[in-house]
Design a protein around this ligand. Structure first.
Ligand code: GLA
Length: 405
């Protein structure tokens, strides 16, 4: 908490990984007795740019946060799976045979779904029973991929314990399995960005992920060296991806994008010409496709600026992305709009919603040392409109999933 002249801002410190491991191990001992075989960690993420284009084969540019989730895991001799979490009283016990599309319901669908998907894709030929205790430092519903952090920490744990490859290619397969858990078992039609960030990001870099073939490049990203900070604003507006709006957006652009083909979708300089063709047969799809086509090109612009060391110049691209998501893709909400406007009014070089939208988080590129003033302005603006008090995080590009103990 930082006391301002008349407002108090709420800051979430980077996750203390050792403390996270201690709490997960404590929960494990309490609920299962004994010690886990190990504790694994995976981070949440923010997406710098490239929003709602992972599922049409665009390039996206997320980075891992220093905030993440720990899982304490112990293999069992039988096929029983037990999952507990510090976030809920609701535990889950079952076997792989109980897991499938839509089962189980609730939070356990994420860990149970990962085990199911590892088996489904034959990443792990035989998935034994195991006890799993979860403790997270990523606020749930914040749009910072707490669910991907949980999935990826567990996938890495199982892969390391059972000898599946965990080099970058191995991690790309684990990411694929975590996406399958979410798409098939949880029933959320999300793309592949979050899990790739959690498993494949590098500290000090953004992850340029090509979603046609899931190849990656690591783009150096050092806000501090550029005299900047990336402020992450969790609006605390309730955020739900599985409730249909995300799936509807995805369905509205997926078929058309396939018809256009990756070449035109990504490389055609004349976006208006493509839009005119779409307008001839499906005029209602034009705004949604305008977002997709322009966002794909904004990612290229931002990557070029980052490569040239012009970090401060990406502010205008963040703004355009945010406007496109708000007006053409219609995935923003009053809490996000309010945070973005307040950040820009307080001097941010650029700001936009990040992640799936409909709540969740925004990002603001600000000059170093201005985070107190900007966060206070955003908090004040939320209070003035009776919106939930936001929470702030420092967006520092951090490590991918790894073993803690
Ligand atoms: C969510 C999904 C991602 C991606 C973003 C929007 O975070 O999980 O796959 O589609 O929304 O960019």
């Amino acid at each position: 908490m930082t006391a301002g002249t008349d407002v108090v801002t709420d800051w979430l410190a980077p996750t203390d990984e050792q403390r996270l491991a201690t709490v997960a191990t404590g929960l494990f001992a309490d609920r299962f007795t004994g010690r886990p075989d190990g504790v694994w960690f995976a981070p949440g993420r923010v997406n710098l740019i490239g929003e709602h284009i992972d599922y049409v084969g665009g390039r996206v540019l997320p980075f891992a946060l220093p905030h993440g989730t720990a899982v304490a895991v112990r293999l069992r001799d039988d096929d029983v799976i037990r999952c507990v979490s510090t976030a809920t009283e609701r535990a889950w016990t079952g076997t792989i045979g109980d897991v499938g599309p839509g089962d189980p319901r609730g939070w356990a669908a994420y860990p149970a779904g990962v085990l199911w998907a590892l088996r489904y894709h034959d990443t792990i030929a035989h998935v034994p029973g195991m006890d799993i205790a979860v403790h997270s430092g990523v606020p749930r519903g914040s749009g910072l991929s707490s669910s991907a952090a949980l999935e990826c920490a567990l996938a890495l744990a199982v892969a390391e314990m059972l000898g599946a490859p965990t080099d970058d290619h191995g991690r790309s397969l684990l990411a694929r399995d975590c996406v399958a858990a979410e798409n098939i078992v949880v029933g959320a039609q999300t793309g592949g960005m979050d899990q790739s960030a959690a498993l494949r990001a590098r500290a000090g870099h953004a992850l340029l992920l090509d979603c046609t073939d899931f190849t990656v490049e690591h783009i150096p990203l050092d806000f501090t060296a550029a005299g900047l900070e990336l402020l992450v604003i969790n609006t605390n507006a309730p955020h739900r991806l599985a409730d249909g709006e995300y799936g509807r957006r995805r369905a509205s652009v997926e078929r058309i994008s396939k018809r256009i083909g990756p070449q035109l979708l990504r490389d055609e300089p004349d976006v208006d010409a493509i839009l005119r063709t779409i307008a001839a047969t499906q005029p209602v799809a034009v705004p949604r496709m305008r977002h997709v086509l322009t966002e794909i090109r904004r990612v290229d612009t931002v990557v070029a600026k980052l490569r040239a060391g012009a970090v401060a110049d990406i502010g205008e691209d963040l703004n355009r992305s945010g406007e496109s998501l708000r007006i053409d893709y219609e995935v923003s909400c009053p809490e996000l709009d309010n945070a973005v406007t307040a950040a820009l009014d307080a001097g941010a070089l650029g700001a936009r919603m990040t992640g799936g939208g409909f709540g969740g988080s925004a990002i603001a590129l600000i000059t170093a040392g201005s985070s107190d003033a900007v966060s206070q302005a955003i908090t004040r603006a939320a209070r003035d409109r009776d919106l939930p008090a936001p929470q702030f995080l420092a967006g520092v590009p951090s490590r991918a999933a790894h073993r803690l103990t």
